[in-house]
Design a protein around this ligand. Structure first.
Ligand SMILES: Nc1ncnc2c1ncn2[C@@H]1O[C@H](COP(=O)(O)OP(=O)(O)OP(=O)(O)O)[C@@H](O)[C@H]1O
Ligand SMILES: [Mg+2]
Length: 1107
């Protein structure tokens, strides 16, 4: 739901009148009463058109809250009750939106609330302008520059507890969006005399008290300070404490602010060191010391303070001490040194303190500017805020007040120029009827002060520069001469002595009738202060300081840069800077805040009519209202006016093709604005009443809303239409695509249906054809079959007939043959019986044999010699043939088998055959040996190193090498021996050592005996009388008996061509030396397993038990 906007106006709930322009009747009393009434209701702000009058409430009002900021943000100036925020908002918006540089001119006397107002403006702008980390930092720095400058530049005066003792103009810079970029501060003439002396009831600058109250013990100790204010001559004691001011807390605020603004720690430290040095300078005291030549001299009373100052600032003590005692004057190449008397020494001390402090202050401003200056070079919009010291009238007014009041005169001048004069002139320019309003133009006072020839400042400068004795009195004299006739200058001694008898005007004073009242100035000190001289010895001493800040503050102390030209005087400097400021302000759109002080007591709720009346008068506020009222509240060139309101009239909206003025006329006629409410100037429209403007604004706002609705409507229509067209287009595209798709589908379907129909038809046709063809074929076949059957039937009939015929013929033939046979047989029967039987037998036999062999051919067994299969005999009469055939086949296949043998195998089989012939069916051991291959050399003599000797001894080929058991003839026990058979010998050798025991040539072996049983015992019989026979025959036993015997037999046969006698018997005799022993083989028990045992039974019998 739209938020209901409550339309407010300046006129709503008004206390008195919010805008003095609306005041009825208009006179001084009603003016003051209106202000008072509003003040009593805590309404401290009142307008005169766009000027804001602000009355210092001297209490905090709840009208500066963030909610208030929001309330005034982006609101029309006259829409809400008067407020400094409304002015700030107006200024900020016209800066941001209309690209006009602004300045906020805050004027009013001391304590009227200028500084507070300037802070309020700044904080409002900070609150409403852009946000963001960078922008916030800029804002923060701009805002935090205030406490720093206030601490060093403000002091308690009788009029204001926080009186600005310097003028300040701050340019805040913004980018095109209205975000702050940075700022530049200009300061004007600090009231430095306050450093060394304060009028009664006043204080020195805040920072001195803040540092002593707020700094830690440690920090004070470093600065060589003590907390006690009374220790310092420069601190006025009577009002060292100010009610409601917490110096200690403010010190912390200042330090914090310095940090935020960007002061480095060492910079802050240096600043406080300078402050401490200034404070301590006041404690240096001098005493007179007479010299012989009668000249007065001064001497420092207590050098302790001096020493500490020198330690703090890094100045050589003797240098500073000398600077306080002597003054060197340099003129051309000459240097003259004069001693200083006590008064001069004090003067030098104070001058140094004032200079140090004021230069420090200027340095602070420069340093702050360095931090807050805008970082970009883009074009900036500027809002200047001017907070200059207010108009001052003290009991004793000196040079400072003169300068301050001059500045205020200038500001008043610019106010007059821009509001009153300019306003009237504009009416004349624009040809608008105008009744002249009298107002006081203070240009004449400004001229009195600043005129280059006859102005007071020019006189003062002239006096200061004049050679000869120059005193304040000579200056006054000069003034008396030059300014005597000036309406606003008053002096007792002036030539036209209107004031000769005016006792209120002392001789040493002159009086100026300022726009804000008469002020009497004590002439004493004018020359000095204008000269603002610091003895060169002092500036040189300062430059020599081992302290970078102090050194930087006194650049003229550098002896290499001695400038004998006089520096510009304080007055001329100030005049120049004020002129620059004025020029600057004139380029900007001014916004005025006129501050009024309600009472002299700094108290809330007190409204002193007389005091306020005085201020109203000198501020020219009443004239201001009159001018506003006589004139018009608002004016604007025709073009922007038409541009702004042209939407309120059909003829001018959206474009007006004629001149702008005519357009505005049409517009105002159309809107029926009463004629007395506006006037047409040459280039501008003048609107008399703000209300008319509000009305226009309201109408415009309303119209803008309507237009917005219209635009919205048109836009929505356009959007919907475009959307509709798009959808329509899309729909057509989709439809066409869909149709295409559907048609494609349909076509495909039809096509496939056609194909199906076609194929069916074709099928049907084909089938029909096929059927016809088949029918035809069947007909043909049937015909053929029928024909065939018919032919068959015919043929069969024919065949039958033929067969019948043939049978008959055959029967005839058979019968014929039988008949013939019978006839023949009858005839040949006698020849047949003699030969036919034998021939039939032979033929049958031959036929059977043929059949037998052909069958055998197919039934032949395998070629393996051990295959026992043989087909059964078919006919009994072939029995012998069958056996013979079996034998021949066996022999043939054995031959075939043998033919495959190598010579080696042949030899082995020859040996095996030999063994078979020798032992088959004779020795029970034989069958077991058939399967064992004969290896001969079971012992590998050549490979065993143990038998190397044996090998060497036997150089023939070894046929058998085997371990045998030699049977001991004494007990039948066996001993292992190596049995070797070579081509010519039989050898027995020791198994362990390989030593040959016996060697028998084969020729000496007569016989070998063995049993028929399954044992390995054998005896080798030797020829009687041979060399080897000495020890008798050998009885041996071997596992390879069959092989050994066979090889022995074959070797003997091949060597001696004689067959070795092999006797197989279960009892045989063996010759042992002389005795013959019978070896008998018996069937033994199985006790010892399968091993035969040999036992000596008696002298003649050796029994071998074979298992
Ligand atoms: N708007 C305000 N609300 C509350 N108190 C205010 C306001 N304006 C001013 N004051 C009070 O008045 C005192 C003096 O105001 P301020 O310092 O602004 O005067 P000034 O015009 O700057 O004087 P000077 O010319 O001496 O510097 C402030 O310290 C504050 O106590
Ligand atoms: Mg101030």
């Amino acid at each position: 739901m739209a938020k209901m906007e409550v339309k407010t106006s300046l006129l709503d709930n008004m206390i008195g009148v919010g805008d003095m322009v609306l005041l009825e009747p208009l006179n001084e009393d009603s003016f003051i009463n209106n202000l008072k009434k509003r003040f009593d209701h805590s309404e401290v702000y009142t307008y005169i058109g766009s000027v804001v009058i602000s009355i210092n409430p001297y209490r905090s009002l709840p009208i500066y809250t963030p909610e208030k900021v929001e309330e005034y943000r982006n609101r029309n100036f006259y829409e809400l009750s008067p407020h400094i925020f409304a002015l700030s908002d107006e200024a900020y918006r016209s800066l941001r939106d209309q690209d006009k540089d602004q300045c906020i001119l805050i004027t009013g006397e001391s304590g009227a609330g200028k500084t507070e107002a300037s802070k309020l403006v700044m904080s409002y702008v900070a609150a409403v302008c852009g946000k963001g980390a960078e922008v916030n930092q800029v804002k923060e720095q701009l805002l935090q520059s205030n406490p720093v400058l206030e601490a060093f530049g403000n002091a308690k005066t009788v009029r204001n507890d926080n009186s600005s003792r310097f003028g300040k103009y701050m340019d805040i810079e913004f980018d095109f969006k209205g975000d702050p970029l940075g700022g530049v501060i200009s300061n004007y003439l600090l009231e430095k005399s306050r450093v060394v002396k304060q009028p009664r009831g006043e204080r020195n600058f805040h920072i001195f008290y803040q540092i002593l109250s707020g700094a830690s013990e440690d920090f004070l100790c470093k600065l060589k300070l003590e907390q006690d204010f009374s220790r310092y001559n420069y601190l006025g004691l009577d009002s060292a404490k100010v009610n409601g001011v917490d110096d200690a807390a403010n010190f912390r605020t200042v330090r914090n602010a310095m940090q935020i603004v960007g002061f480095m720690d060492h910079e802050t430290q240096s600043v406080f060191e300078v402050v401490a040095a200034v404070l301590k300078l006041g404690n240096i005291e001098f005493k007179p010391e007479s010299r012989v030549n009668g000249l007065d001299e001064s001497k420092i009373k207590d050098k302790n303070e001096l020493k500490e100052i020198c330690e703090l600032t890094g100045i050589d003590q003797s240098v500073l001490e000398r600077a306080f005692s002597f003054r060197t004057v340099e003129a051309k190449q000459e240097k003259v040194s004069t001693t200083l008397n006590v008064a001069q020494a004090y003067y030098a001390r104070d001058a140094l303190a004032k200079n140090l402090y004021s230069r420090l202050f200027s340095w602070l401003v420069t340093r702050i500017n360095e931090s807050i200056k805008a970082q970009t070079k883009v074009r900036k919009k500027v809002m200047g805020v001017l907070d200059i010291y207010g108009f001052e009238i003290f009991e004793d007014n000196s040079f400072e007040q003169f300068i301050i009041n001059y500045c205020n005169e200038k500001l008043q001048q610019i106010f007059i120029e821009l509001t009153l004069k300019e306003e009237q002139e504009e009416y004349i320019r624009e040809g608008i009827e105008w009744t002249h309003i009298e107002y006081f133009n203070n240009a004449i006072i400004c001229d009195l002060i600043e005129n280059n020839q006859t102005g007071i400042l020019a006189m003062l400068d002239e006096e200061c520069l004049r050679p000869g004795t120059v005193t304040d009195d000579t200056f006054l004299e000069k003034l008396n001469q030059v300014c005597a006739t000036h309406q606003h200058f008053e002096s007792r001694m002036s030539k036209c002595s209107r004031f000769l008898n005016d006792t209120s005007l002392p001789h040493s004073c002159f009086r100026i009738q300022h726009y804000a009242g008469k002020v009497m100035y004590q002439v004493e000190g004018f020359v000095d202060k204008n000269n603002d001289l610091l003895y060169r010895d002092l500036s040189q001493a300062m430059w020599k300081a081992n302290h970078s800040l102090i050194k930087a503050l006194f650049p003229e102390g550098n002896p290499t840069k001695i400038n004998l030209k006089r520096p510009p005087t304080a007055g001329s400097q100030f005049k120049a800077s004020v002129a620059t400021l004025m020029k600057n302000l004139q380029t900007k759109n001014p916004n005025y805040i006129r501050c009024i002080k309600p009472n002299d007591k700094k108290a809330a709720h007190i409204f002193n009519d007389a005091l306020v009346c005085h201020q109203i008068r000198y501020l020219g506020l009443l004239e201001n209202v009159r001018v506003r009222r006589a004139g018009y509240a608002f004016r604007q060139a025709y073009e922007p006016c038409l541009e702004r309101y042209k939407m309120l009239c059909k003829q001018t909206w959206p474009h007006w093709r004629g001149p702008a003025r005519a357009g505005v006329e049409v517009l105002f006629n159309e809107l029926e604005i009463p004629e007395e409410e506006f006037s047409f100037g040459r280039s501008k429209i003048f609107i008399r009443n703000p209300r008319t403007l509000f009305k226009l604004e309201d109408l415009r706002k309303q119209r803008l809303e309507d237009l917005a609705t219209l635009i919205e409507k048109i836009y929505r229509g356009w959007k919907c239409r475009t959307r509709f067209l798009l959808m329509k287009k899309s729909q057509i595209v989709i439809a066409s695509w869909y149709r295409r798709y559907a048609q494609q589908k349909k076509y495909q379907k039809i096509k496939s249906s056609a194909i199906i129909v076609q194929s069916y038809i074709r099928g049907w046709k084909a089938r029909k054809l096929l059927r016809e063809l088949k029918h035809q074929k069947r007909c043909n076949e049937a015909a053929t079959i029928i024909a065939a059957y018919w032919h068959g039937t015919q043929a069969r009939r024919e065949l039958k007939r033929l067969k019948e015929e043939a049978r008959r013929k055959h029967a005839v033939a058979v019968i014929w043959a039988y008949w013939l046979g019978l006839k023949v047989r009858r005839e040949y029967r006698k020849f047949f019986r003699a030969n036919a039987g034998r021939k039939i037998y032979e033929f049958t036999l031959q036929r059977l044999m043929q059949k037998y062999f052909l069958e055998m051919k197919n039934k032949m067994p395998s070629l393996s010699p051990i295959d026992k299969n043989w087909p059964a005999r078919p006919y009994l009469f072939l029995d012998s043939t069958h056996k013979e055939l079996k034998r021949i086949f066996h022999l043939w296949r054995c031959k075939k088998y043998r033919d495959q043998f190598t010579d080696q195998q042949k030899l082995i089989y020859e040996e095996k055959l030999e063994a078979s012939e020798l032992f088959k069916d004779k020795k029970a051991l034989y069958p077991a040996s058939v399967g064992q291959p004969f290896q001969g050399a079971y012992l590998e003599i050549s490979k065993n190193p143990k038998y190397k000797k044996l090998k060497d001894a036997v150089d023939e080929k070894i046929i058998i090498a085997e371990v045998v058991n030699k049977i001991n003839r004494a007990n039948g026990k066996a001993t292992s021996r190596i049995f070797l058979l070579t081509k010519n010998n039989v050898l027995l050798a020791d198994q362990k050592s390989g030593n040959i025991k016996s060697e028998v040539p084969l020729g000496d072996v007569t016989k070998v005996s063995m049993s028929s049983q399954n044992d390995g015992f054998f005896a080798v019989h030797l020829k009687e009388g041979s060399g080897a026979a000495g020890k008798g025959d050998f009885l041996l036993s071997s596992d390879h008996l069959i092989e050994m015997a066979t090889k022995l037999y074959r070797t003997t046969l091949s060597q001696t061509k004689q067959k070795l006698n092999i006797e197989i018997s279960d009892e045989f005799l063996v010759q042992f030396r002389q005795d013959k022993v019978c070896v008998k083989f018996i069937q033994g028990s199985q006790k010892n397993g399968n091993i035969p045992t040999c036992k000596r039974k008696n002298n003649r019998l050796l029994e071998v038990a074979v298992p």
